[in-house]
Write a protein that binds this ligand. Structure first.
Ligand SMILES: [Ca+2]
Ligand SMILES: [Ca+2]
Ligand SMILES: [Ca+2]
Length: 205
């Protein structure tokens, strides 16, 4: 009897520890949190460095508008990163690393609970329609990869953010691999993949 009680207590303790570890490794998403209403979540405030093998489309010589990767993490819907390949960047990679302690080294671990993308060039409806958008993307965090196919949206809904599936584990990098894209509608820009923002949220705060 005593042994059974001890075993039960041990099982209960194991279950509690398991839940705690599970919570630690894979924090639950607040039930109501979405990209457009991230209630209960905090945006990652760290400075972000972006490594990419897709290039940056040259700045417009007339307007001076640039298309650098930093536009992905400036929180400004009117700025976008545009790749510089002849195709639409399929197979290319965006790798985000974080300087949470602000010591200048982008080597800190974050635990993302929600990663949201503002897909396409959302500055204006004509630019949104003209340029290519993400279709399918693989997100790797903590060595685990999740694939997301984004909804196809009209320009009337272009400002809404889309969540990317991910493993909510502590990670030193969030890597996006572009698996598939949708072409734009204007011949001159149809092969230029544009992403306006990527936003990282954590449940800490
Ligand atoms: Ca932006
Ligand atoms: Ca650091
Ligand atoms: Ca291109």
């Amino acid at each position: 009897m005593r042994r059974a009680v001890l075993w039960t207590a041990g099982a209960v303790a194991s279950a509690i520890i398991g839940v705690l570890i599970g919570w630690k490794l894979e924090p639950l998403l607040p039930a109501d949190a979405t990209c457009d209403n991230p209630v209960g979540l905090s945006p990652v405030e760290s400075r972000v460095e972006i490594g990419l093998d897709l290039g940056e489309y040259p700045a417009d010589p007339v307007t001076g508008t640039d298309f650098v990767a930093a536009n992905l993490v400036d929180g400004d819907p009117t700025t976008a990163w545009v790749e510089a390949r002849d195709d639409r960047g399929e197979g290319g990679e965006l790798r985000f690393t974080f300087d949470a302690d602000d010591d200048g080294a982008f080597d800190d671990t974050i635990t993302p609970t929600l990663v949201c993308v503002r897909n396409g060039f959302v500055k204006r409806p004509d630019l949104f329609r003209a340029n290519a958008r993400l279709s399918t993307v693989d997100v790797t965090t903590g060595g685990q990869t999740h694939r997301t196919t984004l909804p196809v949206k009209g320009a009337d809904r272009m400002l809404l953010m889309d969540p990317l599936g991910l493993s909510r584990t502590p990670t030193a990098a969030v890597t996006l691999v572009i698996v598939a894209t949708n072409a734009g509608e204007t011949a001159s820009d149809a092969n230029d993949l544009a992403i306006s923002d990527v936003v990282f949220y954590t449940s800490g705060g």
